[in-house]
Write a protein that binds this ligand. Structure first.
Ligand code: GAF
Length: 375
């Protein structure tokens, strides 16, 4: 493979890493000011970088087509960059828009975060650039500040109206813990997740499908939630208490009710999971995961036949709980499994996919890894 020196003819000034994530519970709550509980994956984007002083940004990826993408900083604008290069370009553009005095760079990437699998490969790419630029240009930004900047890059430059979960997970997760994040004020707590100590494994099943409606549907769902909050006179759906849910639903048009029910009950599931985890009952969160999947399938309607089959089959084969993770319309499913049942559950899902005529899923056991860092 071409290393930095081969691609750019000089040595890099440093190397940085930013991970992908899976979310344990708290889905589609982050743009409703609610709660999320992601872990960082061991899979990460590696970025190597060297500053340039000629106003040029050069980008090369081991997952790209072998060509260096060369961009002028003063030509960066939303819509001006296509393909994978728009994510790193977005971060540099956003830093400059925010008034940071940053110049160009030669950036080299290699990633083992599966793309299109709902595991936040693009947030990892953005965060890798964020930490690299922060160090190279001595910006002194904190991890949450870099996460907000990467989210802004995705919203304003890439054009995806995502919440802040994926970038916060990539920047702020700690090894061995899940990140309990209040997306309203970015208050955070590391919650220990000792899978091995509990005799458990977290199986990640990448269904290898991504349905086309994902992008437009995400924006519509977000708009629906914001409309519901407005009709209820609330700053965000996070402000609707669970015991006020039924009354509130009666005041909403029928099409918004399931969205609100999902968001309010999902925030409740995060709190339930936290109570169990704080009591040392990791296995106890299994049914909460399964209930979360049902809510995403029946109320939020972001699951799909492949994620439903993976989650249902995992539970039928003995998983303590299973759910789709991430935005939905394909992507990955997580299953909490007794260590001795890992192969049985993975095998059952593979067999069910073969029976259904779906492409073979890819499965791996994940442990909570560290957030973005200099290597
Ligand atoms: C995607 C988004 F990028 C996140 O912000 C979050 O909304 C998630 O879908 C759903 O929980 O990953």
């Amino acid at each position: 493979m071409n290393d930095f020196q081969t691609v750019y003819g000089a040595a890099p000034e440093g190397a940085w890493a930013a991970p992908g994530r899976v979310n344990l519970i708290g889905e589609h709550t982050d743009y409703n000011d609610g709660f999320v509980l992601p872990i960082a994956l061991p899979h990460h984007v590696r970025a190597e970088a060297r500053r340039r002083d000629d106003g040029v940004l050069r980008l090369w990826s081991a997952q790209g087509d072998g060509e260096v993408v060369e961009l002028r900083l003063d030509g960066l604008a939303p819509g001006a960059v296509a393909g994978w290069a728009k994510y790193p370009a977005a971060v540099v553009w956003t830093l400059r828009q925010a008034g940071h005095r940053v110049g160009g760079a030669d950036l080299w990437f290699d990633s083992d975060v599966p793309t299109g699998a709902g595991l936040s490969s693009s947030a990892a790419l953005e965060c890798a650039v964020g930490v690299a630029y922060n160090d190279l240009y001595g910006l002194g930004l904190t991890a949450p500040e870099l996460a907000l900047l990467a989210q802004k890059a995705e919203n304003d430059f890439v054009g995806v109206p995502c919440g802040v979960m994926d970038q916060m997970a990539s920047m702020c997760c700690a090894e061995g813990s899940a990140l309990l994040l209040d997306t309203r004020d970015l208050g955070q707590r590391q919650v220990p997740i000792d899978l091995a100590g509990a005799g458990l494994r977290l199986l990640v099943i990448d269904t290898r499908v991504k349905h086309d409606l994902a992008d437009g549907a995400y924006a519509e769902l977000r708009a629906g939630c914001e409309r519901a909050a407005e009709l209820l006179g609330l700053p965000a759906l996070r402000d609707l208490p669970a015991d006020g849910l039924d009354a509130a639903l009666g005041r909403l048009p029928a099409e918004l009710r399931p969205l609100v029910r999902h968001v309010v009950t999902e925030d409740g599931r995060v709190q339930q999971a936290i109570r169990l985890l704080d009591a040392g009952d990791l296995a106890g969160i299994g049914p909460i995961l399964t209930a979360g999947h049902a809510s995403l399938r029946d109320d939020y309607r972001v699951s799909c036949p492949e994620t439903d089959l993976a989650a249902d089959t995992a539970v039928a084969a003995g998983a303590l709980g299973a759910r789709m993770t991430g935005g939905g319309f394909g992507g990955s499913v997580i299953a909490l499994v007794a260590a001795e049942l890992l192969d049985t559950v993975a095998g059952a899902v593979a067999a069910a996919f073969a029976d259904a005529g779906y492409a073979a899923p890819r499965a791996f056991a994940a442990t909570p890894a560290a957030g973005a860092r200099r290597l």
